[in-house]
Design a protein around this ligand. Sequence first.
Ligand code: DGL
Length: 272
Amino acid sequence: MSNDKPIGVFDSGVGGLTVAREIMRQIPGERIVYFGDTARVPYGNKSQATIIRFARQIVRFLETHEVKAIAVACNTASAYALEVLEREIDIPIIGVVKPGARTAVRTTKNGRVGVIATEATIHSGMYTRYIHSIDPDVAVFSKACPLFVPLVEEGMIHDFVTEEIANRYLEELKRQHIDTLILGCTHYPLLRSLLGRCMGSEVELVNPAYETAVSLRELLREKDLLAEAPPEGRMPAHSFYVSDGADKFEVFANSILPYELRKTQIVDIETY
Ligand code: DGL
């Protein structure tokens, strides 16, 4: 049986589009309702209480679209709010932290894993917690990289300034001889080639966005919620909502999605 209801995907802003992109690639039949909280971004420097409040409002908004499942595309919201949301809603919900942690444990050969993310995600300790729940012997080294988000949003993806900052941020992780690095923030997969150069070819980069899309596909299959695959060359009609700055959002979205976004609607998220 196929299920044509959409999947809700949300993030603090544009970054979660890296997760939406992977969902479009891995489960092309699924229709996405995306919400980017562009009026209240960044989440990465906010408290847990605030992030839980924001996440609850967004879930209530997505529920008005009768979503059959939700992907929390934001690492910070996954780290701080997912466990609360899981207890509060009846539909399947998945975050990006667990799939990323699971893959890192599978990938590491020397048992030394690095995590880079926002200050809030690092402070939550969630990546370390999930990794240790799978294998307590893996050593985890974390580093907050707060400048990466604005640099990516400024389009400085191939810029020498970003490369210089990356070298400084990653210096201490390199000294720890990690062989696996989790890109624990929505924006970091867009810096993949630069980060790969900086860490060297012996370090595997884990992209939780990709792993989340794969886990979501498994979850939908398990619950018998998968939509039918679309006919060759066709894509479902995805919809996109933000809390501010629709034009800027569209430019960013159209630069990274395998989908032409024509209309983004503004939502007054504080009313949910
Ligand atoms: N989406 C956030 C994350 O993955 C990064 C941007 C922000 O700080 O809100 O943690």
